[in-house]
Design a binder for this molecule. Structure first.
Ligand code: MSP
Length: 556
């Protein structure tokens, strides 16, 4: 067995410089919307921040392609499910490019590396005595791909508002009830396992009410991974429940199938043989499991926390696999005060938004407007206001004023100063150093919005510093003092830009390009005096403004 979840902490925890972060994998029954974009962007912020801190990062996203929902969507589109999946999955992959998501893997649940892993996990649960055959009769919401008890229904619908159908079918069950105490023990031993705290409390009280065994196979449709070996027991063919299938993606992407034995490739014949990746030998690549598992962070929306914080750790305990370190749940976006839904016709297309406003205004708005972990409201006016007031007038103006002044007065060079110590003693640089520490602490505790707003506090301080120190006056009064002021400002801008890389990577890198900061100097550990730009270092002449003011058109 790969590793025991109870004892392995001592094996993997020390000296690990890797960071494995995942987004949920997206259902492909529909095209991407703002919720998908948000999950991707917050995960990207964490991934980029960890890289900035020098970590060896694996950042995974992908698509969830099996199950009844997809089977029905394919049928409605008059396509076979695999062709349908191929067509829509690529739309999600392209969204990553549009949003500047820095994922280094994209998994599809129809890939062989995943199918092999799911079957393997199934076998481990089975061997551990946690799977038994039974009959499920109850409610099922295809939209949520979730089973519901009668008592959970609200006005005849799932608590999420999804329509439910009565289902009676042969099913394999997973003995989740066996894990109630073990899960409670996990939560009490590791209070950081679920974040934020109010979500942790919700999960704990849910589990305290006691867990029931859950159905983990379906027999009334075909589009899924077949249950291995035992799939024809009783003459009925079972496919693995899509949530057990989907959650396992986090292991598939770190080559779990290759943990300690070669996969039984013959099994795949049932599903149509190996794909090209598997045939090319990529399937034998190992090392990723040791390098990246356990995952450091699963980022999920609040609606799917239960699957990640209850089912997933129980499956992993049963399979004797080390648990992820943390699951963080973010809130949901509303659109101008209304719940977002296709039937209301108010779904927000992230690609259209980026085309209209540009990537960084969209990323900035989403990250700043919704306090991470809470729900948020999408309003065009607020996006425009934040772009104009914060990106243009605060950040853009600061950079532009300083660089234009340097171009015009110090020959586009960092000014000459006698003593870097004097710079580092200035209030503004002390504030920049304090901001660096605040950002570190906020990012560590996953308070992304606070981290971002603290950089903007620094921007406010820098703008105030220009106004009070008035370099345009010093030019005629005290040239040395003017140089000191400009040096302080350049250094503050360097701090600001590096700290902003995770949030608005395009603009942050543009600022660093203007300052001619080499790529390998764009790291968190370069934020200190010994890495300050030297006197006479050239910056780019005649810089263009970074952001455009958005004019609100009259709607008459
Ligand atoms: N396929 C499952 C996840 C499996 S992970 C092993 C799924 N997919 S989803 O496409 O429906 O949702 C993906 C993510 O989008 C979830 O984290 C969900 O919370 C998020 N969002 C969907 N609508 C949202 C909003 N309106 N606002 C914010 N995020 C929301 O669930």
């Amino acid at each position: 067995m790969f590793v025991c979840w109870q004892t392995s902490i001592a094996i993997f925890m020390p000296m690990r410089n890797t960071y494995y972060i995942t987004t949920p994998i997206y259902y492909i029954n529909d095209v991407p919307h703002i919720g998908h974009a948000y999950t991707n962007i917050v995960s990207d912020v964490m991934a980029r921040y960890m890289r900035l801190s020098g970590k060896d990062v694996k950042f995974l996203t992908g698509t969830d392609e099996h199950g009844q929902k997809i089977e029905r969507a394919a049928k409605a589109a008059n396509k076979n499910p695999q062709d349908f999946a191929d067509d829509v999955s690529v739309v999600f992959r392209n969204l990553c490019d549009v949003l500047h998501i820095s994922n280094d893997d994209f998994i599809r649940t129809t890939e062989d590396r995943h199918k092999i892993t799911v079957r393997r996990i199934w076998e481990q649960l089975y061997q551990n005595g946690d799977i038994y055959l039974g009959k499920y009769s109850g409610w099922y919401a295809v939209r949520d791909e979730a089973f519901y008890d009668e008592g959970e229904l609200v006005d005849g619908k799932a608590p999420t508002g999804a329509l439910v159908e009565w289902v009676e079918e042969d099913s394999y069950f997973f003995a989740l009830s066996k894990y109630t105490e073990k899960l409670l023990h996990l939560y009490s031993r590791n209070t950081e396992f679920i974040k934020p705290r109010h979500r942790y409390n919700e999960v704990v009280s849910f589990v305290r009410r006691g867990l029931k065994d859950i159905a983990i196979s379906r027999t009334t449709f075909q589009w899924g991974i077949k249950v291995p070996n035992i799939s024809h027991e009783g003459g009925v063919s079972h496919v693995i429940y899509v949530w057990l299938d989907a959650l396992t993606n986090y292991l598939s992407a770190v080559d779990y199938y290759n943990a300690d034995k070669k996969p039984d490739i013959s099994e795949l014949v049932i599903d149509g043989g190996l794909d090209s990746q598997a045939q090319s030998g990529a399937i034998n690549v190992s090392g990723n499991l040791r390098r990246f598992w356990p995952a450091d962070l699963h980022v999920v929306g609040k609606d799917i926390l239960r699957f990640h914080a209850v089912y997933w750790p129980a499956f992993l305990m049963s399979a004797d696999i080390e648990l992820p370190k943390c699951i963080v749940a973010h809130g949901w976006w509303m659109n101008e005060g209304h719940k977002i839904s296709k039937s209301l016709g108010n779904v927000i297309d992230p690609v259209a938004l980026v085309n209209e406003f540009g990537i960084d205004p969209v990323r900035y708005f989403l990250l700043r407007e919704m306090s991470f972990g809470q729900d948020g409201n999408f309003a065009r006016q607020s996006l425009i206001a934040r772009n104009n007031n914060e990106l243009c007038n605060k950040l853009g103006n600061l950079v532009h004023r300083v660089l234009v002044f340097i171009c015009n007065n110090t020959n586009a060079q960092v000014p000459h100063i006698q003593d870097i110590g004097e710079i580092y003693n200035s209030d503004l640089i002390q504030y920049a150093i304090a901001t660096r520490e605040k950002v570190k602490a906020f990012m560590q505790s996953l308070e992304l919005t606070y981290a971002l707003s603290s950089v903007f506090d620094l921007i406010d301080h820098a703008n105030a510093y220009i106004d009070t120190s008035a370099p345009w006056k010093l030019k005629n009064l005290d040239i040395n003092m003017m140089n000191v002021v400009l040096y302080v400002l350049v250094e503050a801008i360097r701090y600001i830009a590096i700290l902003l890389i995770p949030f608005i990577p395009v603009s942050a890198n543009k600022i660093l390009d203007l300052l001619c900061v080499p790529q390998n100097e764009r790291m968190l550990n370069k934020l200190e005096s010994s890495c300050a730009l030297s006197s006479y270092h050239s910056v780019v002449k005649n810089p263009e403004p970074l952001f455009k003011n958005i004019i609100i058109k009259d709607v008459t």
